[in-house]
Design a binder for this molecule. Structure first.
Ligand SMILES: Nc1nc2c(ncn2[C@@H]2O[C@H](COP(=O)(O)OP(=O)(O)OP(=O)(O)O)[C@@H](O)[C@H]2O)c(=O)[nH]1
Ligand SMILES: [Mg+2]
Ligand SMILES: [Zn+2]
Length: 335
């Protein structure tokens, strides 16, 4: 397995030797810890945080994105002579991976959530607010497509009544069967938090999910030294009241890094072709070669192994419905 922290560390070491030899005295390599879209916070090799801007246009990874630079990017920067506080980023290193979503302003543009990740944890809740299975599936597909291992954590289990507990068991069964790790947690009651904390050790982890699911609360509870802003549940209106405004990376005291993100309202997928969608459902991926037609979209085609597995209950009906919904939403227009 390719380890993100090693990747970043290696790049950093290469630079450090140049830096300590006073090879270059104002240029430095760093890691983006915060990105607002117009300015950035970068941690340099000297362990100092710098406010940074970018100069010129960057385009890497061959995608059109609204933000050229994201949390997790490895960059080179210069200390500006004219401005004492700020530094200027002049190079981005190619990314090991990244997760994007559709830009809220332009549906044909990507918005990069974070780069160079070891894993992503999706925080979901079945109450206050409710995370739909469709949202979970979209997130998992993006993680599959960008090769970022995904874990699902259901938070706020203290609020779950019989109905939600049954739903949790059902979802846990379905996702675990498909190879995803699923954990149940209550940040408020301190149930299951240590298990989630253990997953973070020495990894770069993206924490994602709807607004109000408890991402920042979790980070505050397990790493009290970091105290981030959280929102009061009574203020949760479900209407874009995001307390975490920008994605931000934090160093964990025992090694590793965590990226807190603003709540996502929806998760629209980018750049996925209709004929490759089923490849991102592990339970469908293994059956694709058994379909009669090699261009089978698993809708109404005769001899479809996926459809048969759904009928036999081997593939969950809910996951198949997600598949059909996502298939229907894929924009086939090329821009
Ligand atoms: N009952 C209950 N409430 C919780 C739990 N975890 C968090 N909360 C509450 O949920 C509310 C939202 O928590 P946040 O941590 O701000 O949520 P967030 O995911 O960071 O939200 P955004 O920053 O908007 O994306 C706060 O009032 C928390 O106190 C839990 O396990 N149980
Ligand atoms: Mg938050
Ligand atoms: Zn098929």
């Amino acid at each position: 397995m390719f380890d993100g922290s090693n990747y970043v560390n290696e790049l950093c070491e290469i630079y450090q030797s140049a830096f300590t030899n006073k090879f270059i005295n104002i240029a430095m390599k760093g890691l983006v810890y915060k990105s607002t879209g117009s300015w950035y916070v970068v941690k340099g090799m000297d362990d100092t945080f710098y406010n940074a801007r970018i100069k010129g246009k960057f385009k890497i990874d061959d995608i059109t994105s609204t933000n050229p630079l994201a949390v997790g990017d490895v960059v080179d920067f210069d200390k500006e002579d004219t401005e004492e506080v700020g530094v200027v980023i002049n190079n981005i290193y190619s990314r090991k991976n990244y997760i994007t979503r559709q830009s809220p302003h332009n549906k044909h543009q990507h918005h990069i959530i974070a780069a160079n990740l070891d894993q992503s944890i999706l925080f979901a809740t079945l109450k206050d607010p409710k995370t739909s299975s469709g949202f979970i599936d979209r997130f998992l597909i993006a993680s599959e497509a960008y090769h970022v291992p995904a874990i699902i954590v259901f938070n706020k289990i203290d609020l779950y009544k019989k109905k939600e507990v049954e739903k949790l068991e059902e979802l846990q069964f379905i996702y675990e069967k498909n190879g995803y790790r699923v954990l149940a947690m209550s940040v408020q009651q301190r149930i299951g938090v240590d298990e989630v904390k253990d997953i973070l050790k020495n990894k770069i982890t993206l924490i994602s999910g709807h607004s109000g699911v408890g991402k920042s609360s979790f980070i505050n509870i397990v790493f009290p030294e970091m105290l981030l802003k959280t929102q009061d549940v009574s203020e949760w209106s479900g209407k874009g009241l995001h307390t975490t405004t920008f994605a931000e990376m934090h160093d964990l005291p025992d090694g590793g890094k965590i990226i807190d993100t603003p709540g996502l309202r929806e998760f629209a997928l980018m750049d996925i072709e209709t004929n490759e969608l089923s490849h991102y459902f592990p339970e469908m991926r293994i059956l694709i070669n058994d379909c009669r037609f090699n261009n089978c979209l698993h809708i109404e085609e005769p001899g479809c192994a996926v459809k048969q597995a759904v009928e036999e209950g081997k593939i969950s009906a809910g996951r198949y419905i997600s598949y059909l919904n996502i298939l229907g939403s894929i924009d086939t227009k090329k821009w």
